[in-house]
Design a binder for this molecule. Structure first.
Ligand code: GDP
Ligand code: MG
Length: 307
């Protein structure tokens, strides 16, 4: 341990302050992004009804007088499509779990699928894992049935604790944070108090376009699709942003563009309005579609994209 780390720990101990990393894992659609957004009180990660919206790790930070919680939102675990992209996603899950202080394993109330079990197999043995039973607002079970369901899941893994929550309505979240806190190491805070993410504006701009694509393409969404921010210029009163949507095949281009270009226009208009709100200034945004054949299987290309 170097002297600086030692002094930091000593001063944190004196103040009783805690700071640590928390991974949020679970199969797609259980509500991981919704949970993190609510925990940190601001929309940073992207939510949608369709699985796999979150491809990159997004760090959310929550700071109060006694602790700083640094969250890592992992990509959804994929079990059916096997290609380089999914191998990489699964590797990201494993990487996200390593090196954190606490893992939140999120499942849906009264629903435990093979995909949940597949993620559960990746849970670490030497890091505390808290079972988070989400969507209890759905009211699809009485207390006895819910307890029996939870007992069943707890029998399959040695969880450090369990909390029933509704990420959407913010229920049970204070209790969840209180359960997490004792597992965070005594340390001074690592990030400035006002910071909610360590992601750049450039990254967030790409995520906003990605969210709109998921929203407006719905079931038509090409399986292999990605968003690349090609240029991001912060001017004094206007940002110039150029974003390419990458698809795998020529025939997927018209799906994204829409009849007479209307779909892409809607996507970029809405994305621009969101960006203007987020950055607090005017935005010039250009979004276009590019074909990059076979990219989903090209691992080197994925690395270039930072996946
Ligand atoms: P992720 O794939 O695990 O990140 O899941 P998302 O956060 O994107 O949520 C998937 C869907 O579940 C969205 O439509 C959310 O609105 C919904 N959802 C998330 N949390 C809750 C909850 O507590 N109650 C209900 N009823 N729906 C929720
Ligand atoms: Mg998500």
């Amino acid at each position: 341990m170097d002297i600086e780390t030692f002094l930091n720990q000593e001063s944190a101990r004196a103040a009783g302050y805690r700071c640590g990393f928390i991974a949020i894992v679970g199969r797609p659609n259980v509500g991981k992004s919704t949970l993190m957004n609510h925990l940190i009180g601001q929309k940073v990660s992207i939510t949608s009804k369709k699985a796999q919206t979150t491809r990159n790790r997004v760090t959310g930070i929550y700071t109060d007088d006694t602790a700083q919680f640094v969250f890592v939102d992992t990509p959804g675990f994929q079990t059916y499509h096997r290609n380089a992209l999914n191998d990489r996603l699964n590797q990201n899950v494993t990487e996200a779990i390593g090196g954190v202080d606490v893992v939140l394993f999120v499942i849906e109330s009264m629903r435990f699928t093979d995909a949940d079990r597949a993620v559960m197999k990746l849970l670490p043995k030497h890091t505390p894992v808290i079972l988070v039973v989400n969507k209890v607002d759905k009211g699809n079970a009485d207390a006895a049935a819910l307890n029996a369901f939870i007992e069943g899941v707890r029998a399959e893994f040695d969880f450090a604790g369990c909390e029933t929550v509704s990420a959407k309505h913010g229920l049970g979240l204070a209790a969840l944070m209180a359960q997490v806190k004792p597992y965070l190491p005594e340390s001074v805070s690592m990030y400035p108090e006002e910071m909610v993410t360590d992601r750049s504006s450039r990254f967030l701009a790409g995520e906003i376009v990605r969210e709109k694509l998921f929203r407006y393409l719905g079931e038509e969404l090409p399986y292999a699709m990605n968003v690349e921010v090609e240029q991001f210029e912060e001017g004094d009163d206007i940002y110039h942003i150029y974003i390419a949507v990458l698809v795998d095949k020529e025939n997927q281009k018209p799906i994204v563009i829409g009849k007479g270009g209307e779909k892409l226009k809607k996507i970029s208009t809405e994305a621009r309005l969101d960006m203007e709100k987020l950055f607090g200034c005017k935005v010039f945004l250009k979004v276009w579609v590019k074909v990059k054949s076979g990219w989903a299987d090209d691992v080197r290309f994925l690395r270039e994209l930072g996946l």
